[in-house]
Design a protein around this ligand. Structure first.
Ligand SMILES: [Fe+2]
Length: 503
């Protein structure tokens, strides 16, 4: 995002501009800046970092006719990478017409720090228009737009805030249909997907049944259907009804079908606009949900492939990464860590030795004692692991644990020789889980140690090599770690991948 040089003068915000700016920022949960077209100059809250120059914003507003026609419009000056700017015409002091710009993450998949929530473009425009109309109504300058009332934009705003790509699409569809039904006071509303493999989602009780909903949706976008007792879509209640079918785009994934139980009432153009905006939100959430689930599969596959590569590289330690992952997560739980920290520990455990992929087999699988040079080669697996994970943005948060799992509390570990608290807690936990699993497993050069030998080694090493709090946690959940070692109980990778993507 480009930065804007705002001269100090323009940061002075007269009270009315300031209160309108605050109100808009609250409505949109987005950064908002106001432009006085007479300057042109910005009136901005000092907290707002804003990108277009006043001249470019004004020339865009003029080209869209925003100030004269009091309509909301969208602007993406930096192309896909930049924010979507929502431009509104706002009344100031009963005489001046000002321009407000709010910055949104557009309909992109994830929210971007400091920007408003992502939202499909026509829903964003409808939201902006209704907020501008409501401001205008408050200032009693011009009549309120007949299209949208306050409740309607609250509905759009509420749904925008619930647009989560990690939610199952049916949840958002149900929420949207129920919200439409309650807000527009419609008898029945449903999302009817085009694919017969997907379910019809009805907001509230279903008075019609799937066949009737599908039949209505087949009438096509923009159609109203009047159906009484003689109509092929027999209405179970016998009341005469009107239906409207709304959708968005050339090849929509489905339709919103709204049915009113009285033929005295027709749907207004404002209600149709709301139905279309919500249909578009459902389409966006559904598409993004699919991308999200593909990403989840991809990340799942990458982690599994990396873990399998580590196991294939060193068959003697096969299953070690999985066990360390589960043990580290269990010790984290014992230390009172939250579920996302436990998920991170699990992934760090799976990938802590990923750098072994880059170690020569003759050194890695050597059965006899290692020469000092060979030992240094083995040690380099930490740096190689860090390099591999640094390339994967979604796994960057695992680096502290992976980089520090061979550090020792007394500073005698590697690669950095960090001491005490300078070693990240995740690394201190991994070190204990890693050592516990190694000592409990038979290796080519030694048999597994007995439980009493392991306890003795940890007692002696607590405060020297290992964090004593972590060692204590290990003793406290020893029985669970033993069952993980024997049966492989613990977290599932799917849940952990979902948490990682949601970060
Ligand atoms: Fe290691």
């Amino acid at each position: 995002m480009r930065g804007l040089t705002v001269d100090l003068d323009s940061r002075i915000v007269p009270s009315e501009w300031a209160s309108i700016g605050r109100r808009l920022a609250r409505e949109f949960t987005a950064p908002v800046a106001l432009l006085d077209p007479k300057g042109p100059r910005w009136y901005v809250d000092p907290a707002v970092e804003i990108c277009p120059t006043p001249e470019s914003a004004l020339s865009w507003a003029n080209s869209e006719g925003i100030l004269e026609s009091h309509r909301a419009a969208l602007w993406t000056p930096d192309g896909d990478e930049g924010p979507t700017w929502l431009g509104l015409s706002i009344p100031i002091n009963g005489e001046t017409e000002g321009l407000a710009l709010a910055a949104f993450a557009g309909s992109q998949m994830t929210e971007r720090k400091g920007l408003g929530p992502p939202c499909p473009e026509n829903a964003l425009k409808a939201w902006g228009q209704s907020v501008a109309d409501s401001l205008r109504a408050d200032s009693a300058l011009r009549p309120v737009s007949p299209h949208l009332a306050g409740e309607d934009y609250q509905l759009i705003a509420r749904l925008v805030r619930r647009l989560k790509i990690s939610d199952p699409p049916e949840r958002f569809q149900g929420l949207a249909a129920s919200a439409l039904r309650a807000t527009l006071r419609i008898w029945a509303v449903a999302w009817v997907p085009l694919s017969s493999r997907e379910q019809v989602v009805v907001g509230g009780p279903d008075p019609l049944g799937t066949t009737v909903w599908r039949g209505l949706a087949a009438e096509g976008v923009g159609h109203t259907v009047h159906f009484g007792p003689t109509h092929p879509y027999i209405n179970h209640t016998g009341v005469e009804s009107f239906a409207i079918i709304a959708s968005e785009g050339q090849s929509p994934p489905g339709h919103i079908v709204a049915v009113d139980a009285s033929n005295h009432r027709k749907f207004s153009s404002g209600e149709v606009a709301i139905l279309q905006a919500v249909a578009s939100m459902i389409g966006t959430q559904r598409t993004n949900g699919r991308i999200y689930s593909d990403l989840k599969e991809l990340l799942f596959g990458v982690i599994r492939a990396l873990t399998a590569a580590i196991d294939a590289k060193d068959p003697y330690t096969s299953g070690h990464s999985e066990r360390v992952a589960r043990m580290a997560a269990r010790i984290g739980e014992e230390l009172g860590m939250h579920s996302n920290q436990k998920s991170d520990l699990y992934l760090m455990g799976l990938l802590h030795d990923v750098g072994k992929i880059g170690i020569n087999d003759s050194v890695l699988k050597k059965a006899g004692p290692l020469t000092p040079d060979e030992y240094r080669v083995i040690q380099s697996h930490v740096e190689i692991g860090v390099k591999i994970l640094s390339e994967m943005k979604k796994l960057n948060h695992l680096l502290p644990g992976v980089a520090g799992h061979h550090e020792s509390l007394d500073g005698k570990g590697y690669p950095a020789g960090l001491m005490g608290e300078a070693i990240p807690i995740e690394a201190r936990i991994l070190a204990v889980a890693d050592s516990f699993d190694s000592m409990s497993s038979t290796r080519p050069y030694r048999r597994r140690l007995s439980p009493s030998q392991i306890t003795e080694i940890f007692r002696k090493g607590a405060g020297v090599q290992w964090d004593p709090r972590v060692v204590e946690a290990l003793f406290n959940c020893h029985a669970d770690l033993e069952s993980i070692r024997q049966k492989g109980l613990g977290d599932s990778l799917q849940d952990v991948v979902r948490e990682t993507l949601n970060r």
